[in-house]
Write a protein that binds this ligand. Sequence first.
Ligand code: ZN
Ligand code: ZN
Length: 253
Amino acid sequence: MELRILGCSGGEADGERLTGLLVNGCVAIDAGSITAALTVAEQVKIQHVFLSHSHLDHICTLPFFTKNIFGHTHEAVEIHALPETLDVLRRHLFNDELWPDFSVIPSPNDPTIRYTEIEPECSYHVCGLHITPIRVNHLVPCVGYKVDDGKDAFIFTSDTAETDRIWEVANATPNLRLVITEASFPNEQAWLAEASKHLTPAKLGAELAKLRRAVPVRIYHLTPGDKATMLPQLEALGDARVRLLTQDERLVW
Ligand SMILES: [Zn+2]
Ligand SMILES: [Zn+2]
C-alpha cells in the first residue's frame, strides 16, 4: 500500500495544505488538497473520494477537482460520505450557485461525480482496499477510516474530540501499521478545542492511553500559527509513538 500525504494542516498558509490523503493513487480520503497537490493526470486517476465530514477544510478542492476531471474520465468518480455530509454538498456546494451540480453534468445518467452513502462500521471494497468508516466525535457528523489491503492497515481518525470506538477498532486490528490523529489547538486553548470538538496535545495524551498498540502515531491538523507552541506540548507527552505527519511524505508498506 502507498499512502501519500497531500496535505495535513489544520489551516491553509504558504506551504501548508489542508487535509487530504491519497491511497494507491486511486482513493482519496478527504479533499482539502487534491487540486493543490496533484497534477491533472494524477487527479484523473482518482476513482473514489471518501469524505470524513462536511467542514470546508476537508472538501474545498472538490469543485476544482470536478472541473479538472470533467471530460477526462470514463466513469463517474464516487464521492462516499455520510448522508448528512452528502446533504451539505448537495445543498450548499454543488447547488449551481456556489458551483455547478456535477452530479448531473454532463447528464444525470452519465455524471462527473456520483454520491454514495456510507454507513459507519460497514466495509467498502474499492481499488483492492477495504475501507471502513468509524464514527468519531466532532461538531458535525464525522467518521474516521480504517484502510486495509489485507496485508497492512492504517487508521485515520479525522477531526475528533474525545472518542472511544476508533481506539477499540485500532486495538482490534492485528495488521495495523499506523494511526493518524489530530491535535488542533495548544493546551492554553482547551476551551476552543472543547467548543469546536478538537484535541489539544494534553487531550491527545488522554486519547493515546486508549491505544494499546506499539504503532507509529502521526499527528495532523495543527493550526499553522500555533505550531511553535504545540510542538513542545506534544513532546511533553513523552510518548515515543508520537511524531508529526508531514506534507508530501509517502508511506509504503
Ligand atoms: Zn472539522
Ligand atoms: Zn478539519
